[in-house]
Design a protein around this ligand. Structure first.
Ligand code: TRP
Length: 368
């Protein structure tokens, strides 16, 4: 059985079916600024709600905001990098970037102290964002537990969260969240405030479109936000737009998870560790024996190493097409395909670790 909820993703994923089930739109034709990006050109970002406002803003050089939130839990892996790459991409297109550190949500649901969560947020997330290319200009990173030193701003953010509770019923909560706890309710309303507050008079003070890039499992949050934006009469918000990316598969298949080290490649891992994991665990679309593989060929569609190349590590379309062709025909063996990924991954990790150490001295430009 397939299950796709904000807390559980399991079973076989059929993205066309998910588009229908969630009532989102598949991504249509995009201007070149978007299709030059590997995530759009390879269809990793496959669906959207109201994305037209963002396309229009980009084409007409009008302001827009990209907002995301991070749960400081566990290690930052290449699946997390999908969202990080989108923030850096939107920043390059001129977006103002808002990043909410969901430390209140993590406190309410994961049982760590705010100090521990702050440390995880910085070490695992923010340093990696900077190393991946996030620039300090036009970025606001904030902790949910401490929105702003400016009392007017902080009040506006928490006031919105509190007032939103008047516009949602317990049954709606239950429909979206299943088992409802006080912690889940508070966190959910705070997350809606994360997404809506940039348009309040105390912040951007305009109705600017906001793009929230998420995995399709997070769509219930987006739906609630859009509904609440309409019901709340105290302020006018810009359009809440979203895109949905496919999941980075875990090494053994399924969704990549930070709690299972054998499912992910973390960005702080050494090239040697990554190599070992790929060789040992990466699910292969190859055949049982070399003879059979040569005769019948492999299946790149289910091969995890090929998916990593396609989604993130081989930007060159011509090279990727050649790898795919050779693998399908049986000319390229599973071990050889893994070696191509390992080579790319090692180069990436080595460069990334150097950038990550340099990022440390930049931190104060990002966190006030
Ligand atoms: N709930 C999100 C998660 O579990 C984190 C989050 C908090 C978030 N606020 C947000 C995501 C606003 C997107 C937009 O990862």
């Amino acid at each position: 059985m397939t299950k796709v909820t904000p807390w559980d993703v399991s079973g076989k994923l059929d993205y066309n079916k998910l588009i229908k089930d969630f009532g989102v739109k598949s991504i249509g034709k995009l201007p070149k600024q978007f299709t030059d990006n590997i995530l759009f050109k390879r269809g990793t970002i496959f669906a959207e709600r109201d994305f037209k406002h963002i396309i229009e803003a980009v084409e007409n050089k009008k302001p827009f905001i990209m907002l995301t939130g991070l749960m400081p839990s566990g290690r930052f892996h290449i699946g997390h990098a999908l969202i990080a790459k989108q923030m850096i991409f939107y920043q390059s297109l001129g977006a103002k970037i808002y990043i909410a550190v969901a430390d209140i949500e993590a406190y309410n649901t994961r049982g760590k102290t705010l100090e521990e969560l702050r440390e995880i947020a910085i070490e695992e997330y923010i340093l990696n964002y900077i190393a991946l290319g996030l620039k300090p200009e036009n970025v606001e990173i904030y902790f949910q537990s401490q929105r702003s030193q400016n009392a007017n701003k902080a009040s506006a953010y928490y006031r919105l969260q509190n007032q939103l509770s008047a516009h949602i019923t317990f049954n709606e909560f239950k429909a979206v969240y299943g088992e409802v706890t006080p912690g889940k309710m508070v966190s959910a309303l705070l997350q809606v405030s994360d997404i809506l507050h940039p348009n309040l008079p105390e912040f951007e003070a305009k109705q600017i479109p906001i793009i929230v890039p998420v995995g399709i499992d997070q769509d219930p949050h987006i739906r609630i936000t859009r509904d609440l934006a309409k019901r709340f009469k105290g302020a006018k918000f810009g359009p809440v737009c979203s895109t949905y990316n496919k999941f980075m598969p875990g090494l053994k298949g399924g969704k990549m998870s930070s709690s299972d080290p054998y499912s992910h490649i973390a960005l702080t891992e050494t090239p040697k560790e990554a190599k070992k994991k790929i060789n040992k665990y990466a699910f292969s679309g190859g055949r049982e024996t070399v003879e059979e593989h040569r005769k019948k060929g492999g299946n790149p569609d289910v091969d995890v190493s090929f998916q990593y190349l396609r989604m993130m590590f081989e930007e060159d379309d011509v090279k990727l097409a050649q790898i795919e062709k050779d693998y399908r025909s049986g000319k390229l063996l599973s071990g050889e395909l893994k070696a191509i990924l390992i080579e790319k991954m090692s180069t990436f990790l080595e460069g990334h670790h150097k950038k990550r150490e340099k990022a440390r001295s930049q931190l104060s430009k990002f966190i006030k």
